[in-house]
Design a protein around this ligand. Structure first.
Ligand SMILES: Nc1ncnc2c1ncn2[C@@H]1O[C@H](COP(=O)(O)OP(=O)(O)OP(=O)(O)O)[C@@H](O)[C@H]1O
Length: 462
């Protein structure tokens, strides 16, 4: 279970930004761990599952055994074997490897080989997607680009990866994401890597991260377009007040990105880790959704996934997810609502005294208390209409009952004021899934929710 907090003791991951003086400094942590479903009665486990190693790749047995470049492709045989073993359990998280429910070994080998060869066009099952610019980088290229993965080039550190700023030989500036997670089994890490690669490969939208290439020598690397303003977390919770105009633009941008993932993309993709440190900003402060390490693909006819273990970031987790492991679009809608609250208030999802922003903000939203809610650093420098719409949308997105949260296309309209007069207490027409019926979440009240959230917070924090 991850914990987003500003000054908590858990210092497992950070955003790192280049300040005006050119030196990199660590920002606030965003540790990630895994919760072993405390709510189901087993012992809670908030042991951060993050562990980093700054050891050079050649010292890594993982890298040696599976990823060092070889001539006969034996490590790719291991990759294929991993996928064969794991395909039943994980197939729905790996769209490009799982377009059909049957994954044959031959098929897998062919697809992995195509990725290895960096071919321009990858066969995504029944969905050919052309990615002509993809490149397969070797370790030397990435090391040269990042000044040997030096600490000066380190721009971010999450629960799963270190991210380095790099400059390719043609001058292109990139972000090289090196997957760490030393505590994971080799095959799990490869599966995670291919899952993230597969999802990023699948998406194509200006409000989502763009893949330039990947590298499998000396470690697992994703090479991404570099975003100069870093993460929203860095800017929003930094020393300078982020102006409302940018905050609102980010809100709309992330909403559009999520609408694409949920509704407009060829496959329904649930991000599962929407949070301020996973929203990156372009030169023009346009938002891009990044870090698809936990993302899941949902087949059309599946109402939702039930996942175990529950992974994500405390403060952004919806009740049906942390209570029952249920994942669908509404998981992201809830987390997006928390981001809206962060934009409105300038407060973190979990603050330094470990208080949940949702718990703090809910009564203020219910009483429409703009004065208390709005970030005091903004003063009066915000558009009243935009602020009001953002508050109403946030309130709807963090509803404790998933079916009452709006779909992302509606969220975009709500934010832009294109949805007509907004009625706060709406009855959703969305059909309820059997699982949600069984969980009786419709009868789950707001105070149940706040109690559970608080209990959950205590379990994770203790
Ligand atoms: N393309 C990029 N351009 C600029 N900075 C980036 C880029 N990608 C990542 N970063 C920085 O690195 C940080 C960590 O990246 P990312 O979230 O992908 O890692 P992670 O280990 O998967 O994180 P998490 O803890 O959320 O799992 C980001 O918050 C951001 O500050």
């Amino acid at each position: 279970m991850s914990v987003e907090e500003s000054e908590g003791e858990t210092k497992e991951s950070s955003d790192i930004e280049s300040p005006p003086n050119g030196k990199f400094c660590y920002d606030e942590p965003s540790p990630r761990g895994v919760l072993e479903i405390a709510v189901l009665g087993t012992d809670s486990d908030n042991s951060g599952s993050s562990s980093y190693s700054s050891s050079p790749p050649e010292k890594s047995s993982f890298a040696q055994r599976l990823l060092a470049r070889d001539n006969n492709g034996t490590h790719w045989k291991s990759v294929v074997d991993v996928f064969r073993k794991k395909s039943v359990r994980r197939f729905s998280t790996i769209p490009f490897l799982a377009m059909s429910y049957e994954i044959s070994r031959k098929n897998l080998r062919r697809k992995v080989a195509r990725i290895r060869n960096g071919e321009g066009s990858i066969d995504f099952g029944d969905l050919p997607i052309t990615k002509p610019s993809w490149r397969n980088f070797d370790y030397q290229e990435l090391a040269a680009a990042t000044n040997n993965f030096s600490s000066e080039n380190l721009i971010g550190k999450g629960g799963h990866a270190e991210v380095y700023k790099g400059s390719l030989s043609d001058g292109q500036v990139v972000a090289v994401k090196r997957l760490m997670k030393e505590d994971k089994e080799d095959e799990d890490r490869i599966a995670d890597f291919l899952s993230e690669l597969g999802i990023i490969a699948h998406i194509n939208h200006p409000r989502a991260a763009r893949l330039i290439g990947f590298g499998i020598d000396g470690g697992l690397h994703l090479v991404l377009q570099f975003l100069p303003h870093g993460s929203l977390a860095t800017l929003l919770f930094g020393a300078e007040c982020l102006e409302w105009k940018i905050r609102f633009k980010v809100a709309v941008g992330v909403a559009e990105g999520l609408q694409y993932l949920h509704q407009d993309c060829h496959r329904r993709i649930i991000h599962r880790d929407i949070k301020a440190s996973n929203i990156l900003l372009t030169e023009d402060y346009e938002a891009e959704i990044s870090d698809f390490g936990l993302a899941k693909w949902l087949p059309e006819n599946w109402p939702h996934h039930v996942v175990f273990p529950i992974e994500g970031t405390f403060g952004y987790l919806s009740p049906e997810y942390f209570m029952h492991g249920i994942v669908d679009e509404k998981t992201d809608v809830f987390a997006f609502g928390v981001i809206l609250l962060e934009l409105i208030t300038g407060r973190r999802a979990v603050d330094s005294s470990r208080q949940s922003l949702v718990i703090w903000a809910k009564p203020l939203l219910d009483t429409n208390n703009v004065k208390e809610l709005a970030d005091p650093r903004l003063g009066n420098a915000y558009d009243r209409g935009e602020m009001r719409r953002t508050m109403i949308t946030a309130s709807m997105c963090i509803h404790h009952t998933p079916s009452k949260r709006p779909q992302m296309n509606r969220v975009v309209k709500l934010l832009k004021g294109e949805d007509g007069p907004i009625e706060m207490k709406q009855k959703s027409m969305a059909p309820r899934s059997l699982m949600l019926e069984a969980c009786d979440l419709e009868d789950y009240t707001c105070s149940n929710y706040l109690n559970d959230l608080d209990r959950h917070r205590q379990l994770v924090m203790e």
